[in-house]
Design a protein around this ligand. Structure first.
Ligand code: NAP
Length: 405
């Protein structure tokens, strides 16, 4: 079917731009054109993903929408083409199958350059037949401005040695634009002019894509699949308490609900993955965090909330980020999530907890203060070092005159 429409014969070098394209934007187009000129390829073939292995549980726009937007965005460039190879295939799409099929449509010896976001480089070996895929084509990892390439370069050097990988890097300033940001803008009614081609903007407007919908229902559905049952029950408990506290203290209940739902999203990652991810996304690791990686789950949770769930409200992200350690001068939402995490009804009872539960709805600062004191003594009892942010949180609250007696 595909072969009727797509003739790849006669090309010596082709670039393949795989992506979700939800939606496609100028960053993708600039990256594709930069790769085409840099590596002298005759065309760039855009391949919108069908069902992608790592995104089966995520809410991605319907593939026909994403395909049509890609066609609209690329139509004016004679060196760009779009393939339905993954769109038309049922089931899960693996890059190895796509590349094999495309190579079989090319002349012998055609050189293939697969363009992908830089973070994917870390994952390629985990993709289906990753080791064999690496040998079939060049990879061009395109990076956003400000991307910390140190770990990537080190990883790439090893991959070149171990698998003879042909890996190239290209920094694309236009990749400051991101699909996540565009979806967020549409939800909040901000303009997307000059971020996507005009035709794509009109398509989004007409189809009503990315408009506000029951966001928390999506989150719940995904959490259920991602978390252990115990963590999920705890999360729901925290969310309920967070809404009650928000109501009581005049906080935005929706923000409290979203922050609570996502607060422990990184909690169950193995410690080694926590450290690796923290390094990859540029979280500054001090000695304490290296020693007690579980403390990282708030920071990583905020990162995942941003990149995987499209949350870009820093106020909400901070509440996720500091829910374990607290910090000096916590915002109202930070205090609410910190406290909801402690008082949720499924938590095992310990001395002091009934008192905090009682105080939570009387005096927020006092309840948070007691929560911090309890957690500090718990860490002391375990013989571990108390993280400095918790000490700062304690001292800050102590010096505020909101604490009674
Ligand atoms: P993604 O997780 O949606 O994207 C990760 C990051 O890379 C995002 O910041 C994204 O930016 C950026 N990005 C993705 N593709 C890009 C491209 N071609 N050029 C520039 N930036 C890009 O990644 P994805 O779109 O799902 O997957 C990328 C490709 O890897 C697809 O072809 C997919 O099929 C393949 N893949 C294969 C396997 C497998 O075979 N097992 C597993 C995973 C991925 P934006 O959000 O702004 O686009």
């Amino acid at each position: 079917m595909e072969q009727l429409f797509l003739n790849l014969k006669g090309y010596k070098r082709i670039a393949i731009m795989g992506g979700t394209f939800d939606p496609i934007h100028y960053g993708h187009l600039v990256a594709a054109e930069a790769v085409r000129t840099e590596f002298n390829t005759e065309i760039v073939l855009f391949i919108p993903t069908g069902t992608q292995p790592y995104k089966q549980n995520q809410t991605v726009s319907h593939k026909e929408h994403r395909y049509l937007m890609t066609v609209l965005a690329t139509a004016s460039n004679p060196n760009f083409a779009v393939s339905r190879i993954e769109i038309d295939k049922g089931g899960i799409n693996y890059t190895i199958d796509t590349i094999n099929e495309l190579i079989s449509m090319c002349d012998m010896g055609t050189e293939v350059f697969f363009i992908t976001g830089a973070d994917s480089v870390f994952q390629i070996l985990t993709w289906k037949d990753g080791a064999s895929l690496i040998k079939k084509c060049n990879f061009v990892a395109v990076t956003r401005p400000g991307y910390n390439k140190n770990d990537l370069v080190e990883y790439a050097v090893n991959l070149k040695k171990s698998h003879s990988a042909r890996l190239h890097f290209l920094e694309i300033p236009a990749l400051a634009i991101s699909s996540t940001d565009i979806r967020g803008r549409i939800k909040t009614g901000s303009p997307i002019k000059y971020l996507v081609p005009h035709e794509v903007e009109r398509y989004i407007e007409k189809s009503g894509l990315y408009l506000r919908h029951d966001f928390s229902a999506d989150i719940l559905q995904r959490l259920k699949k991602m978390m252990s049952e115990k963590r999920y029950i705890h999360t729901i408990g925290v969310a309920k308490e967070a809404i009650k506290l928000a109501d009581m203290y005049g906080e935005d209940a929706e923000k409290a609900y979203i922050a609570a739902l996502l607060h422990d999203i990184a909690k169950e990652m193995p410690n080694s993955s926590k450290l690796a991810m923290a390094k990859a996304v540029g979280i500054k690791l001090d000695e304490e965090l290296e020693k007690i990686p579980t403390l990282l789950h708030g920071y990583l949770g905020a990162q995942i909330a941003k990149t995987d769930f499209g949350i870009d409200d820093e106020y909400v992200l901070d509440a996720i980020r500091y829910h374990t350690t607290g910090r000096a001068n916590m915002t109202l939402l930070e205090k609410i999530i910190y406290l909801a995490d402690i008082i949720e009804p499924n938590r095992e009872i310990y001395e002091g907890l009934p008192q905090i539960r009682q105080k939570a709805f009387d005096n927020l600062d006092e309840a948070v203060y007691e929560g911090i004191i309890d957690s500090i003594s718990y860490v002391n009892r375990k013989g571990e070092h108390v993280y400095y942010l918790s000490e700062e949180a304690r001292d800050f609250l102590k010096n505020e005159d909101k604490l009674g007696g």
